[in-house]
Design a protein. Structure first.
Ligand code: HEC
Length: 186
């Protein structure tokens, strides 16, 4: 009997909580749940790209690039690439300067190099993910290559202080060039 009463008292005390704060507690719980649900796409996005992509800036940093076999399957940025911008970079003698080593059948482009293979038709020979690795760091495939790593900052020698810790091309520039080269030969 005594036990029964004390149990009832405890119950009563539990329900003595003023209704307003009970509502507040429920509201807090619902709000926390809603926040988790709304953040879910961001978590999912981060997971989808190997949890390496920076959710804020949407780029993969040079040290976080993941190589799978002879390719980099995940684009370096979620920004949309543009093949026309990529073409301009490839032809730009001051920036990429690709034609000092490579040939590309473009009218009016003289003095092209033959150190590297011709870029004509490269999109038919290589998948975009394979082209990406060759641009990012060809030395992963051939350690003594003359092709400069365009998206690597570590393990470089004789880098001028102005260019230290800066890759030759930005993530979107790499993706633009991947888009352009992938269109060659198709
Ligand atoms: C200093 C010379 C040099 C420069 C500059 C250069 N490359 Fe290369 N590239 C090479 C060489 C050499 C290879 C051959 C790969 C090797 O050495 O194993 C190559 C390979 C490649 C490949 C792979 C081609 C294939 O068929 O396998 C691509 C794609 C490529 N380069 C694109 C570029 C682009 C785009 C640029 C400019 C942004 C560029 N390269 C600048 C020398 C260069």
């Amino acid at each position: 009997m005594r036990q029964g009463r004390s149990q009832r008292q405890r119950c009563e005390r539990r329900w003595e909580v003023p209704p307003a704060s009970r509502h507040l507690a429920w509201f807090a719980r619902v709000a926390a749940f809603a926040l988790l649900v709304s953040l879910q796409p961001i978590f999912a996005q981060a997971q989808a790209v190997g949890a390496k992509i920076d959710v804020v800036s949407n780029i993969v940093a040079p040290d976080d690039v993941e190589v799978v076999a002879d390719a980099i399957p995940v684009p370096l940025t979620t920004e949309h690439p543009d093949a026309r911008r990529g073409r301009a970079i490839v032809l730009d003698r001051a920036n990429g300067n690709c034609l000092i080593c490579h040939q590309l059948s473009v009218p009016g482009e003289q003095f092209q190099g033959t150190i590297g293979p011709p870029l004509d038709g490269v999109g038919a020979r290589l998948m975009p993910a394979q082209i990406r690795l060759r641009l990012v760091d060809q030395s992963r495939l051939s350690p003594l290559t003359l092709m400069p790593p365009l998206y690597r900052t570590g393990h470089l020698t004789r880098v001028d202080a102005r260019y230290r810790d800066k890759p030759v091309l930005s993530p979107i520039e790499i993706e633009d060039v991947v888009a352009f080269l992938s269109s060659l030969g198709k």
